[in-house]
Design a protein around this ligand. Structure first.
Ligand SMILES: C[S@@+](CC[C@H](N)C(=O)[O-])C[C@H]1O[C@@H](n2cnc3c(N)ncnc32)[C@H](O)[C@@H]1O
Length: 199
């Protein structure tokens, strides 16, 4: 599901970029099972592309592909990053439940607040598991169902409300698809952060 105008403003601004770079990326770094420097990375639901920058600069990716369901978000990412990473980053409009890529292609997949926007989020997990190499890592930051159903979230944002997940549901769905969740998950301001490794 695409963002409504409120969440578009909340997500796409310099303050949020600062927070992603200085807080969220640090938490994920601490949780990594191993470095994926020099590897291939896929950013699912890339928004305006901050994670593409982070994948290159912070995590040392050799190549990054990225997609988002919303053409406007992909346009924002192209405009922001085009000159810097244009030749390296394959960017497309697409759906995480149908990733048009062969199996076992990526060393890491980033889900930076995306799967809770997807009605069939388990299909997205299945696709992510399919495109990861054995030993590859899913880095996730997610919003639990109880937060999505809270009055202020429902007032401000648009999300699918059926069959949302709590951390344990998300971890179970990962395990069912061969993604082993590292025990060192982290909760921060009600969001949950973690890493799952493809068996
Ligand atoms: C909360 S935003 C996060 C964007 C970006 N990852 C960030 O942290 O700035 C969620 C993003 O997921 C995208 N999205 C929603 N459903 C999607 C789907 N099925 N496949 C890919 N992207 C999707 C939205 O368009 C939006 O850009």
């Amino acid at each position: 599901m695409k963002l409504n105008w409120v969440e578009t403003l909340v997500v796409n601004n310099p303050l949020r970029r600062w927070h992603q770079v200085h807080v969220e990326a640090r938490i994920l770094e601490d949780l990594l099972a191993k470095s994926f420097a020099g590897g291939r990375v896929l950013v699912a639901g890339c928004g305006r592309g901050v994670e593409i920058e982070l994948a290159f600069r912070r995590f040392g990716a050799a190549s990054v592909d990225a997609f988002d369901l919303d053409p406007k978000q992909v346009r924002r990412a192209r405009q922001r990053l085009g000159h810097r990473f244009g030749v390296q980053a394959g960017l497309w409009v697409g759906d995480a439940t149908r990733i048009p890529v062969r199996a076992a292609r990526y060393d890491a997949v980033l889900d930076w607040g995306v799967l809770h926007h997807i009605a069939d989020w388990k299909a997205a997990i299945r696709e992510i598991a399919r495109v990861l190499v054995v030993g590859g890592q899913l880095l996730f930051i997610e919003v639990p169902g109880h937060k999505i159903r809270s009055p202020h979230y429902r007032l401000l944002f648009d999300h699918p409300l059926e069959e949302r997940f709590e951390p344990a549901d998300f971890h179970r769905a990962c395990e069912e698809r061969g993604l082993e969740v590292d025990g060192r998950t982290r909760s921060y301001f009600g969001f949950f952060f973690g890493v799952a490794v493809r068996r």
